[in-house]
Design a protein around this ligand. Structure first.
Ligand SMILES: O=C(O)CCC(=O)C(=O)O
Length: 256
């Protein structure tokens, strides 16, 4: 399906210096219309189809989690490597990026479980990656009641924190009590809109209290210079990477 740049509300060229500055100061930004309405329909169907064929990595009930969907489905590959999403991400990050991994995250209706506060970076076997960024793309309308994201502005400056326990709603605030009193910003999205967040920006997602599934696709990009630490991770474990090597591999293509 041919899609022209004109059908996107926001392209890399539309990003204002204020939006880029806001992302760098706060660690997240909302960007509208990163994919077209036709693409929303195509990618939503692809995500739902893959969820019927593939087992969820997460068994917690928080969400159905399908990691590296781009390896299993051509339509999901088109979304994960989408030039508009990657172009905006690279402008926000300000450095060349490569794919780390993607994940479809579906919160089932009335799942009754928030995604607890955490930073992403502490779970990853990465060094030399100061600018990693996630594009959280809504494939359905996501009002607050369907499981949208909430961010703690400025928390991406906390680079010293250990990995948080996702099963414990108090974990992040126990590790870093100061964050308890910081502002929190909740960001509902229309289908086709996206939040971009820095990998150290603390965030959570509300439960899905509606009758419709919440379907999001997250494209996670890392600095092109990222090196592998050797720590265990489901994405890198099968690849035979050497600790210290730059993460140049066909699983981690450059995206722009
Ligand atoms: O969508 C969610 O429930 C959480 C997403 C998340 O934690 C992330 O994209 O880093």
């Amino acid at each position: 399906m041919a899609t022209t740049a004109a059908s996107y509300t926001t392209t890399p060229n539309d990003l204002t210096p204020e939006a880029i500055e806001s992302y760098r100061q706060r660690g997240f930004v909302r960007v509208s219309g990163v994919i077209s309405p036709e693409e929303v329909e195509r990618f939503r169907q692809a995500a739902q189809g893959l969820a019927e064929r593939k087992e969820s990595l997460s068994k917690s009930g928080t969400f159905t989690q399908l990691v590296n969907a781009w390896q299993e489905d051509e339509d999901m590959k088109a979304l994960t490597l989408h030039a508009n999403v990657a172009g905006i991400a690279e402008k926000l990050a300000g450095v060349p990026l490569r794919l780390w991994h993607d994940q479809i995250l579906i919160k089932q209706p009335h799942n009754n479980r928030p995604t607890n506060y955490h930073q992403d970076q502490p779970y990853w076997p990465h060094a030399n990656s100061e600018h990693s960024i996630s594009a959280w793309i809504a494939l359905v309308d996501v009002p607050v009641e369907r499981g949208c994201m909430t961010f703690i502005p400025g928390s991406h400056s906390r680079t010293e924190l250990q990995a948080q326990n996702l099963e414990d709603s108090r974990s992040l605030m126990t590790i870093c009590p100061k964050l308890e009193w910081d502002e929190r910003v909740t960001v509902p999205l229309k289908a086709g809109d996206c939040t971009f967040h820095h990998s150290r920006c603390a965030h959570m997602a509300t439960p899905n209290d509606t009758d419709q599934p919440r379907i999001a696709h997250v494209v996670i990009l890392m600095d092109a210079t990222t090196t592998y630490t050797g720590e265990r991770h489901v994405v890198t474990d099968p690849l035979g990477l050497q600790p210290g090597q730059v993460m140049e591999h066909e699983m981690f293509p450059r995206v722009v």
